[in-house]
Design a protein around this ligand. Structure first.
Ligand code: HQG
Length: 191
């Protein structure tokens, strides 16, 4: 199976498991789990060739660990990134002193006015390090890295979760906890 084919299929899988289960004619349960057999049938019916072996390869090789199987591999779900409400059974965790958010410079004015909002997703996504945040921000345009005073937020009552794949999630980040940094792609620079 070529890497290119796996990426294409993984993108469709993300669409189905995070945003639009209906694209494969399936539903997911309240915890985001899809039935693997129904998913494979639905993907093939939608013209996205996939079998159990390929699905397992996508889950195992995904560089961001976007998906998880349940214990007996009869169900699969996305670890984060949903745009519909889903209970991932995450437990609140105390965050490190700082977390990081990569965004594009064109969003800065709005973010510094209203804070970080989940936009089309269920949560605001935060990265554990500036290097990861830089990559996330680059997806949107000229990247800028924001440093989030996560521990101060937690002390003030904001709740943080860490998804299965290490991405940090919270409902919103008010502007007073956000600092614009000059970090570059390698995390060099200044906070
Ligand atoms: C911005 C990827 C204006 C926010 C990544 C971001 C991540 C605001 C964009 C995951 C704003 C939303 C999520 C405000 C937030 N005004 N803009 N008040 N508040 N924004 O894609 O965090 O590859 O929904 O800065 O690795 O970029 O899909 O969120 O630029 O973990 O697995 O609104 O998606 O993972 O964009 O990325 P997104 P994100 P995957």
């Amino acid at each position: 199976m070529s890497g290119k084919q796996l990426v294409k299929t993984s993108k469709f899988l993300s669409l189905v498991l995070r945003h639009q289960p209906d694209a494969a004619g399936i539903t997911v349960d309240a915890h985001g789990w899809a039935d693997v057999d129904a998913l494979l049938r639905g993907m093939n019916a939608a013209g996205q060739h996939c079998d159990a072996e390929m699905l397992a390869e996508i889950v195992a090789s995904d560089e961001k660990q976007r998906y998880s199987f349940n214990a007996d591999h009869t169900k699969i779900r996305a670890n984060q990134g949903h745009s519909f409400p889903v209970d991932l059974e995450l437990v609140p965790v105390t965050p490190p002193e700082f977390l990081w958010h990569g965004t594009a410079t064109r969003f800065l004015d709005s973010i510094m006015q209203t804070g970080l909002k989940p936009m089309s997703r269920q949560y605001v996504h935060l990265s554990p390090d500036p290097e990861t945040a830089y990559k996330v921000g680059s997806r949107h345009g000229k990247p800028v890295i924001l440093r989030i005073e996560a521990q101060k937020m937690a002390a003030a009552g904001f709740v943080f979760y860490r998804a299965e794949n290490g991405v940090w999630l919270t409902d919103a980040v008010p502007p007073e906890y956000i600092a614009v940094t000059e970090y570059d792609a390698k995390g060099r620079g200044q906070a």
